[in-house]
Design a binder for this molecule. Structure first.
Ligand SMILES: *Cc1c(COP(=O)(O)O)cnc(C)c1O
Length: 478
């Protein structure tokens, strides 16, 4: 916008020279809209791209994401060495396939898959793909059962439906749009940001393919009460034998690889008989770089045959149920590295350390007296809060700024902390959320708390505010 086409080229020219690309004109162009005619030296291309990417947030100071932003050097090297392996090519890479199987076994064990059952699972690109698979399995199973019971499933009027709290992650909305399912959301309330067990069954009918329980919501990190939900579903199935069996899928993107270590006694997994599948993101608290996810069904029975496809494997056949076909196996290798390297104790210590740092941040924010805390980082390493109504500093100065202003201030110190409205049922409340991850060291935690407190002081004196009327989504909301 600022530069005319000519000037823009001159600017690129200058940048090219600055990093030492040769003098010929054709080598100085940085392609934006079409390919250059000729190649450039690899070092030059790398340097150019590196400098282009410099102007981005520092991933470790990104408090908005659940996604892993740091792995050990050995892991990174191992993953770089295995980038060429194609995860789907099981006959070319049988050992890689074996690593994937081991990961599935380990997760099935962590989630207490019943010994007498025949669990099944697969790696995916992330929880989104895993949730798609879970949703499809529920839909196909519901349809097979409903058809047998003489329920009309052909006219799609009404459509099959899926029940979930309004604090769902966007992948469930995608699932429902892609596969023509009605998304039935149970609104959360200002006081309770998880699935409302008093009302959830009001949303269920004979066209319900299943209920999704969220083990750690994206909004606030709250856990749904899965044990309570299981009891409701148990009773429902006992009293509605004329309907397809109601089942539960657990979206464990956040908690699937956290809860087994931080609260091993908590029953949210296959210990509950109506939980038929669980998905998680290996790249969240599974501690692997994006993108890897996992899904496991407690028994073959819950993954209809139609969704299992055979690929050739060492002259034989191997079942596959993922949506994607080719992708690098390096994330699976990275996941297995973590399992091998950390073991149960390692995961536990890592998560407890993260939890401690989150709790320190939560306490410091609560102590300021300006916020109502939704999550103080005690149970999940997530801190979530809203600005108090008529908040006042300890000397009586009223707060005139809002959480979007605070986000901007934190950004000036390099920290990305999103502010956003809560979902349906509590949409008039704006919150801020801090996701703590394993690479948030104690030193970084202290630095964050100092900066946060400084921001509160700075805002107290600030005269120019620009977010006063801002509404709607802002920043990172995933
Ligand atoms: C992050 C998240 C997802 C999506 O996970 P990806 O691995 O990013 O695809 C789904 N559900 C919940 C609850 C999440 O937090």
């Amino acid at each position: 916008m600022l530069y005319g086409e000519r000037n823009k080229q001159r600017l690129h020219h200058a940048r090219g020279l600055a990093i030492g690309i040769g003098q010929k004109k054709h080598q100085l162009e940085i392609p934006k809209y079409k390919l250059n005619k000729l190649s450039m030296p690899s070092e030059a291309a790398k340097g150019l791209i590196e400098s282009l990417l410099l102007d981005e947030g520092n991933s470790r100071m990104n408090m908005a994401t659940f996604c892993q932003t740091h792995m050990e050097k050995a892991a990174t090297e191992l993953m770089a060495e295995t980038l060429d392996k194609n995860a789907i090519d099981k006959s070319e890479y049988p050992q890689t396939a074996e690593l994937e199987n081991r990961c599935v076994n380990i997760l099935a064990d962590l989630w207490h898959a019943p010994k007498e059952g025949e669990y099944l699972g697969t790696s995916t690109v992330g929880s989104s793909e895993a949730c798609m698979l879970a949703g499809m399995a529920m839909k196909f199973r519901w349809r097979n059962q409903a058809r047998e019971m003489g329920i009309d499933v052909e006219t799609l009027k009404p459509r099959p439906n899926l029940v979930i709290s309004s604090a769902y992650q966007v992948c469930w909305e995608k699932f429902c749009v892609y596969w023509d399912v009605e998304l039935r959301t149970v609104p959360v309330t200002k006081d309770k940001l998880s699935l409302d067990l008093d009302h959830v069954l009001d949303y269920v009918d004979d066209h319900t393919i299943g209920i999704v329980g969220i083990q750690g919501t994206t909004y606030s990190g709250d856990y749904d009460n899965i044990k309570g939900l299981n009891a409701l579903v148990e009773e429902y199935n006992r009293t509605h034998t004329d309907r397809p069996q109601l089942v539960i899928h657990i979206d464990g993107a956040c908690g699937g690889m956290l809860t087994p270590f931080t609260e091993p006694e908590l029953q949210w997994d296959f210990r509950l008989p109506n939980v038929v599948s669980i998905s998680t993101s290996g790249h969240k608290y599974g501690l692997t770089y994006p993108g890897v996810g996992w899904i496991i069904w407690r028994d073959r029975e819950y993954l209809p045959e139609e969704l299992i496809f055979e690929v050739s494997y060492l002259g034989g056949e191997m079942p596959t149920m993922a949506i994607n076909f080719s992708r690098s196996a390096s994330q699976i290798v990275g996941q297995y590295y973590n399992f091998l390297r950390l073991g149960w104790e390692g995961y536990k210590l890592t998560h407890l350390k993260t939890q401690e740092n989150a709790s320190m941040i939560g306490d410091a924010i609560a102590e300021s007296g300006l916020f109502d805390m939704y999550n103080q980082g005690k149970r999940t390493p997530i801190v979530c809060y809203t600005l108090k109504k008529d908040a006042k500093y300890s000397d009586g100065t009223p707060v005139v700024w809002n959480l979007y202003d605070l986000s901007d201030r934190l950004q000036m110190h390099g920290w990305q902390v999103p502010a956003y409205p809560l979902p349906e049922g509590a949409e008039d409340v704006t919150v801020q959320r801090i996701v703590c991850r394993a690479d948030l060291t104690f030193t970084l935690t202290e630095a964050f708390i100092n900066d946060f407190q400084q921001c509160l002081e700075d805002l107290k004196e600030a005269h120019i505010l620009c977010n006063e009327k801002k509404s709607g989504r802002y920043g990172f909301t995933y």
